[in-house]
Design a binder for this molecule. Structure first.
Ligand SMILES: CC(C)(COP(=O)(O)OP(=O)(O)OC[C@H]1O[C@@H](n2cnc3c(N)ncnc32)[C@H](O)[C@@H]1OP(=O)(O)O)[C@@H](O)C(=O)NCCC(=O)NCCS
Length: 289
């Protein structure tokens, strides 16, 4: 156990974004997915995910960065958008210290609930969060489809119209009625650049989607909703005819679109757990009527 007196906690807004990006990258060393970031990418995430730098923090020993926690806030909801201990400092109880501090800071910032996702194989992180009182609530899946590897798309049906994500939302408020993960919630989608909305009309029913384009005709589906199962399936086929590869990250395991995606050739490439801690009740004075 290190001498905790040697370590100090610092608000993330005391550091430059470049420095935070370096600590983030070092804290995620060994993570199964590429997690290296820079000031530019981090600035985008701060905007899109509502990361609150005044609640987020780093852990340091003298000049050395030992860890970082990014906390996002929207109203009384908080979400952890980054959590890492630099390899040289791992396995000494510092992750547990950061997790308790994250919970404390989220609560004192007024959040009633803090949530995060953790990869199913990341037992160490899961144990760290459990130690701070977080509990697993549901499983979320990562699905991918690639034209040249998975089965080819069915013939497109109906008429696909491209529009802004905002316009797709205006046409279908129900596009956001599923309890989505933080990065695919309404606020994240609207704050994001590089998105494209779609509406498809087929057999008297409509379906909507919002995607974010990644290079080389690849896209990630952020939202998907249809008035009927047939319209939703037709939208999936339309997207498969438009892009050469598609991904959907953190789709709840009980989502109604999951069987339709699987049927269309999407395969499950990973899964995560949603973890949550309730941080207390609002005081009677501010409780809604
Ligand atoms: C996850 C991480 C933050 C943990 O930090 P750490 O400083 O090593 O954690 P601690 O030393 O405080 O140990 C935390 C808990 O994990 C447990 N643990 C350690 N190694 C473990 C392993 N291989 N499997 C399961 N649990 C393990 C510890 O026993 C401890 O639990 P306990 O307090 O109940 O005994 C660190 O490994 C890390 O930065 N990993 C890379 C980035 C990452 O995965 N971030 C999480 C993203 S969701």
């Amino acid at each position: 156990m290190p001498n905790l007196d040697d370590f100090t906690l610092h608000n993330a807004c005391e550091s430059s974004l470049g420095d935070l990006a370096r600590v983030f990258t070092a804290g995620y060393e060994g993570y199964p997915y590429p997690a290296s970031t820079d000031a530019f990418q981090l600035a985008r995430r701060v905007r899109e995910e509502s990361i609150a730098l005044e609640v987020s923090f780093t852990l340091r020993r003298g000049d050395q960065a030992a860890g970082l926690v990014l906390v996002a806030l929207r109203g009384d909801e908080a979400w952890c958008g980054g959590f890492g201990v630099v390899p040289a400092f791992r396995g000494q109880g510092l992750g547990s210290l950061l997790a308790r501090e994250m919970v404390r800071r989220a609560a004192s910032a007024g959040a009633r609930r803090l949530r995060l996702e953790v990869l199913a194989g990341n037992d160490r992180a899961r144990r760290t969060y459990e130690g701070a009182g977080l509990r697993t609530t549901r499983e979320v899946l990562v699905l991918t489809w690639r034209m040249l590897v998975d089965h080819p798309p069915a013939k497109p049906q109906g008429r696909l119209e491209s529009m802004s994500a905002e316009a797709a939302l205006a046409r279908s408020p129900r596009l956001f009625n599923v309890d989505a993960c933080w990065q695919r919630s309404r606020a994240s989608v609207l704050a994001r650049t590089g998105t494209e909305g779609f509406e498809l009309a087929v057999d008297g029913a409509r379906a909507w989607a919002v995607c974010v384009n990644v290079p080389n005709r690849a896209a990630r589906i952020l939202r998907l909703h249809g008035e009927t199962t047939g319209a939703t399936t037709a939208m999936i086929h339309a997207l498969q005819n438009r892009f050469v590869s598609l991904g959907i990250v953190n789709e709840p395991a009980d989502s109604p679109v999951l069987p339709l995606l699987t049927e269309a050739g999407f395969t499950n490439s990973d899964h995560q757990y949603d973890m949550v801690i309730e941080l207390g009740r609002p005081s009677p004075g501010v409780q809604p009527e």
